[in-house]
Design a protein around this ligand. Structure first.
Ligand code: PMV
Length: 307
């Protein structure tokens, strides 16, 4: 039997960094997906084929984890393919972990709930990365938009639908762990100040959750911009991200912020539909690349089972 499974990438809407310290966040799954094909092989070793090389370690660790946990003797052949045409920080590694574990579950008739899939995938990711809240694993597993507290302490689906987002890639690939370490250093050196910023982020995340649910986009936009200012204070933004965000704001966006660890990757802007074209042009003029992405995508799913 051959199994094909896919899992979505993610965007952090609110609360990055603070989420690592136990504060809430809002994350959404996006329609860029990672596809995994898995089958048994007669060979005595795993075969891992990942043209988007970046996630090869996530694939092989997921296989080892699964074989050990379920005492599986057989070896497998796993191939990945992605919609992630740019290496833009939309979470292909976590999507790969979730999709591989789900595919092996189907292949070896091990049935587990999504919550278990989340917990297993998070363990694999922590083993590789050492740090992380697990928000990306949550988005890949459950899909939609989630109010999320680290390690899945809270995993609350929010019925917010597709948001009028514009996504701009800064052209710089950010190194998430080094920015997480940078904030940890701040936390050590300037503890009270940093906790103060985290608390402000927490308060705006709570407001953002409510505003998203009633589709008050003007308010959601304001809160995005406020979140960005707090991220600047944490020291994780860059000149390039700031100028893309200013450009979006100055051409009519409700608000804008960086998304993720900072240092590069993407910014997001919430825009009234009549301003979308102007905002996109302005982001490009500021040196960004607009990426067509829809949020609120479906979580992990079985695409095909070939017997
Ligand atoms: O850079 P990304 O998109 O992987 O986002 C990192 C978000 C952090 O809050 C900084 C880390 C985490 O694991 O939550």
């Amino acid at each position: 039997m051959k199994v094909s499974v896919s899992a979505p990438g993610k965007l952090m809407l609110f609360g990055e960094h603070a989420v690592v310290y136990g504060y809430p966040s809002v994350v959404t799954a996006v329609d860029k997906r990672l596809y995994v094909e898995a089958e048994q092989t007669d060979k005595e070793v795993e075969e891992v084929i990942t043209p988007q090389v970046k996630e090869s370690r996530f694939v092989s660790e997921s296989i080892s984890f699964f074989r050990e946990k379920f005492a599986v003797k057989e070896h497998v052949k796993v191939r990945t393919r992605g919609d992630f045409s740019h290496n833009v920080g939309l979470g292909s590694s976590s999507a790969a972990t979730v999709a591989v574990l789900a595919a092996l579950g189907v292949l070896f008739n091990k049935f587990f709930k999504k919550r278990t899939l989340f917990d297993m995938s998070y363990q694999v990711n922590i083993k590789i990365q050492g740090v992380g809240s697990g928000f990306d694993v949550a988005a890949a597993t459950f899909g939609g938009t989630l109010y999320f507290i680290r390690q899945g302490e809270v995993l609350e689906p929010l019925s917010v639908g597709a948001l009028p987002l514009v996504i701009g890639y800064s052209g710089i690939k950010a190194d998430t762990p080094s920015y997480v370490r940078k904030v940890a250093e701040n936390f050590k050196q300037k503890k009270n100040e940093t906790i103060d910023i985290f608390k402000k982020i927490r308060d705006l995340v709570e407001l953002a959750k409510q505003s998203l649910l009633v589709k008050d986009y003007e308010m959601v936009g304001k809160l995005m911009t406020r979140n960005h200012v707090l991220l600047q204070q944490l020291g994780v933004s860059t000149v390039k991200l700031d100028s893309m965000i200013d450009a979006a704001f100055n051409t009519g966006a409700f608000g804008a912020k960086l998304s993720g660890a900072g240092g590069g990757d993407c910014m997001i802007a919430l825009v009234p539909s009549e301003k979308r074209k102007n905002v996109e042009k302005a982001i490009e003029k500021a040196g960004g690349q607009v990426i067509k992405v829809k949020n609120n995508a479906e979580g992990v799913k079985i695409e095909e089972r070939i017997i």
